[in-house]
Design a protein around this ligand. Structure first.
Ligand SMILES: [Cu+2]
Length: 121
């Protein structure tokens, strides 16, 4: 009878662990930020989302071409809004108060550059 009781305790402990998951790991700390960019077209959107996707600490990004605002979910332990803005600048786009890296911007296809007149609506 004692044996059964101890097996029950063990089983309960295991199922508890399974529910809690990793009991000692802290929950991932993520935050969301919205950054205004100088994106113009669908290529810009793809380029920014792709490059952000491979950047350290970025969990998810989605650029809305209507207002050119990219919504980014990031790991607060691995990156910061300042670093993310630098990443966007390095891709070739303005990010809020951070101006696009000139070299990266000039390497973009003509239609994606800020001076482009092809997309004026
Ligand atoms: Cu573009």
């Amino acid at each position: 009878m004692k044996k059964i009781a101890s097996i029950l305790v063990i089983l309960l402990t295991i199922s508890n662990l399974a529910i809690v998951g990793q009991p000692f790991a802290e929950p991932p700390k993520t935050a969301e930020i919205k950054i205004k960019t100088s994106a113009i077209c669908g290529m810009c959107k793809k380029r920014i989302e792709r490059d952000l996707g491979v950047s350290k600490g970025i969990v998810n990004s989605n650029l809305d071409l209507k207002d050119k605002v990219v919504t980014i979910t990031y790991n607060t332990k691995k990156t910061s809004p300042e670093k993310i803005k630098q990443v966007i600048s390095k891709i070739g786009y303005d990010a809020d108060e951070i101006i696009a890296d000139q070299k990266s911007h000039d390497a973009l296809p003509d239609c994606c550059q800020k001076t482009s007149t092809m997309h004026v609506d």
